[in-house]
Design a protein around this ligand. Structure first.
Ligand SMILES: Cc1cc2nc3c(=O)[nH]c(=O)nc-3n(C[C@H](O)[C@H](O)[C@H](O)COP(=O)(O)O)c2cc1C
Length: 231
């Protein structure tokens, strides 16, 4: 077992911010090892130190864990999956080079899973694992008030990355999931959130399955010269 994968919150004193940034990856196969709500609470409280424009702190978090995860899965199974998405996840004609990066990470992931391009059923089956949080025992939904605009949405990103890095430090793994934007009604009806709140994404939380090939995926990054200009 990886030294960081202890089910209790022991802060890893050897892990600095750079280590956490480098070690965090989107995990798509979790063990069933439970995650304590007290640990999630601690991590959320720390994450709220993330900056936000005007200190608005626009994040609203709904944790589901343990038996509530089972309840949620039952609720989801009873709902019609044909929903109007909360928002469009990508622009309709995602231009290059963004489109190429998106394609590449998908192909790299399916290669590790051994699912070829023409196996549409196989790819769909993997895609559907999003809706089981990749078997993570815990998760949260990050919601935002519909009146908020792009600046506040970017604040959510800062909060979420802070959470994912702190989770890494605590020995936990995560996967951010916009897939949940396609099931907004199922999510809000379960959480009983008011109409003014909308789901941005889910965050799967748990301990990664060290034997799952999909978890060996190291996504590529564009070279600095492609997106940074020193004037
Ligand atoms: C806001 C957000 C939403 C995402 N949604 C999904 C998702 O629904 N399903 C999924 O498998 N990965 C999702 N990802 C993970 C990205 O695919 C991943 O971050 C990217 O490929 C880079 O890989 P890395 O996280 O391992 O560095 C999401 C990431 C972010 C930041």
């Amino acid at each position: 077992m990886h030294p960081y994968h202890t089910p209790t919150f022991t802060r890893n004193l050897d892990m600095n911010v750079s280590d956490a940034v480098a070690a965090r990856r989107s995990i798509r196969a979790f063990l069933d090892t439970p995650v304590d709500n007290d640990l999630i609470r601690t991590l959320l409280e720390k994450s709220a130190r993330a900056p936000s424009g005007g200190n608005v702190q626009p994040w609203q978090v709904h944790v589901i864990n343990g038996s509530r995860m089972d309840d949620f899965q039952q609720h989801l199974a009873q709902r019609d999956p044909r929903e109007q998405p909360a928002y469009e996840i990508y622009p309709k004609d995602l231009p290059s080079p963004y489109r190429d990066s998106r394609f590449k990470v998908g192909e790299d992931m399916y290669a590790l899973l051994g699912i070829p391009r023409d196996d549409r059923a196989g790819r769909l089956k993997h895609l559907m694992r999003n809706y089981r949080f990749f078997d993570a025992p815990a998760a949260f939904f990050c919601m935002i008030d519909r009146t908020m605009g792009p600046p506040q949405w970017s604040d959510l990103g800062m909060f979420l990355q802070t959470f994912m890095l702190l989770a890494q430090e605590a020995g936990l793994d995560t996967c951010a999931q916009e897939a949940w934007a396609t099931r907004p009604d199922a999510v809000s009806s379960f959480l009983q959130t008011p109409d003014n709140m909308m789901v941005f994404c889910g965050i799967a939380i748990g301990y990664k399955d060290p034997d799952a090939p999909v978890n060996t995926l190291v996504s590529e990054r564009m070279p600095l010269e492609q997106w940074a200009t020193f004037n």
